[in-house]
Ligand binder design. Sequence first.
Ligand SMILES: Nc1ncnc2c1ncn2[C@@H]1O[C@H](COP(=O)(O)OP(=O)(O)O)[C@@H](O)[C@H]1O
Ligand SMILES: O=P(O)(O)OC[C@H](O)CO
Length: 503
Amino acid sequence: METYIAALDQGTTSSRAILFNRAGEIVSRAQHPFRQIYPQPGWVEHDPLEIWATEKRALAEVVGAAHIDPKRIAALGITNQRETTILWDRSTGQPVCNAIVWQCRRTASLCDTLKADGLGPLVAERTGLLIDAYFSGTKIRWLLDHVPGARERAERGELCAGTVDSWLIWNLTGGAAHVTDYSNASRTMLFNIHTLQWDEALCRALGIPASLLPEPLPNCHLYGRVAPDIPGLEDLAGIPICGSAGDQPAALFGQACFTPGQAKNTYGTGCFTLMNVGGEPVASQSGLVTSVAWSLGGETTYALEGSVFNAGSTIQWLRDELGLISSAPECDRLAESVPDAGGVYVVPAFTGLGAPYWDMYARGTIVGLTRGTTKAHIARAVLDAIAFQVTDLVQAMNADAPCPITTLRVDGGASVSDIMMQTQADLLRLPVDRPAQVETTAFGAAALAGLAAGVWGSLEEVAALRRSQHVFLPQRPQAACEAQYRLWRRAVDRALRWIENDV
Ligand SMILES: Nc1ncnc2c1ncn2[C@@H]1O[C@H](COP(=O)(O)OP(=O)(O)O)[C@@H](O)[C@H]1O
Ligand SMILES: O=P(O)(O)OC[C@H](O)CO
């Protein structure tokens, strides 16, 4: 009889659920977008109750659509937008305010203070990160400082803090489990990636009581079971929740990058290039960070990572704010209608720039406009910008890693764009390998849960499920690509340090 594995993929712009069978095929899927809340320039929030409601609905729908006996679901895996921070009441389960999203820059000045206080080297050594508003630590601190009564309630042990994995597992287990996995924990700036525990010195430096934090656990682990009384999920009661990872390490896992040196890039709201660097963290000299990718069977695998804050979100901006396109695929069609961007460069530093620049004060810019610039050139420049940013990451990674990347595996919503994938291969001078199944993030979570539940017996079995759909090879002359890349770097210079004070 067929066995199924359910995965929740809680992304920045939508909540998804996917049901996989043992062959790793999608049996059913459901997806619900939710509100992006921008209370001030540079600030981004989500409503935690909306995240839970949309994820719960998606899960109920995938099971309903598959017309299967829910008892055939062997395991539930969770994957999530990382760093986004939620604070909630331990007894009522009610969030104390909106979630602060990973892209939010509100703690930029606090980060400057921590840097000025000389905390940078300790953060790098213990957590593998650098000090930036991106990571959860300063977001928790901000909530404790700004939500009335929060610090007192936290000190009395009345509140829970967590990233979205913690929030979902808490809700799915009816409040029985306040946990996180090592990959998510390692994005907080509070987690020691060597000892796999919360770091007391960093918690103290940020003024965060340890009682607030979830229990950090490995990625294949029985975190809890679906509670019996969740409206809409009654049929799923008792299903073990036994796989969890942040969406980027989950994609690395789902892409079967199990050998050190293998790398992937995910083209979603942002872009995230991760390389499996094996059992020891790598200290980056090039503006990358190191996080726990996963920990299975007592063995921890680390990933070198470059994160770009705005990628697919730039296509959404063309659609929603500028009204230049009515859908993301239309961006491809427009871009394909011109031979190149006509000298236009878009730097989508809407919320600053992440790796390798790490400039919280950069802002977006468009340069190279002429009277002949059309919206097709802008669309093309946006797709180019995404590929340029990934080129920045791969170059940094090649400088840090023991051996250079030989193939880039790709996935994520925007990886369906052929024109962008071709541009990527041209710029990198590398094969860009897109799998048949681009839902690698959800599959990674399902694979972790399926391994824990014994649906799959080994990493080799999981790796055998991956198929390439298309491998893009470099086509354009190298000299032209290099000239274009040099202009990109010049455009980035124009965007850096655009605003000087706190956002
Ligand atoms: N045909 C397309 N061409 C280019 N980009 C696309 C296309 N379809 C979707 N996208 C982009 O993919 C992104 C969504 O990817 P997804 O992996 O679902 O993101 P997330 O997990 O961050 O919510 C959106 O930002 C959207 O602009
Ligand atoms: O929601 P995504 O796929 O853009 O991923 C968000 C990242 O995890 C943020 O670090």
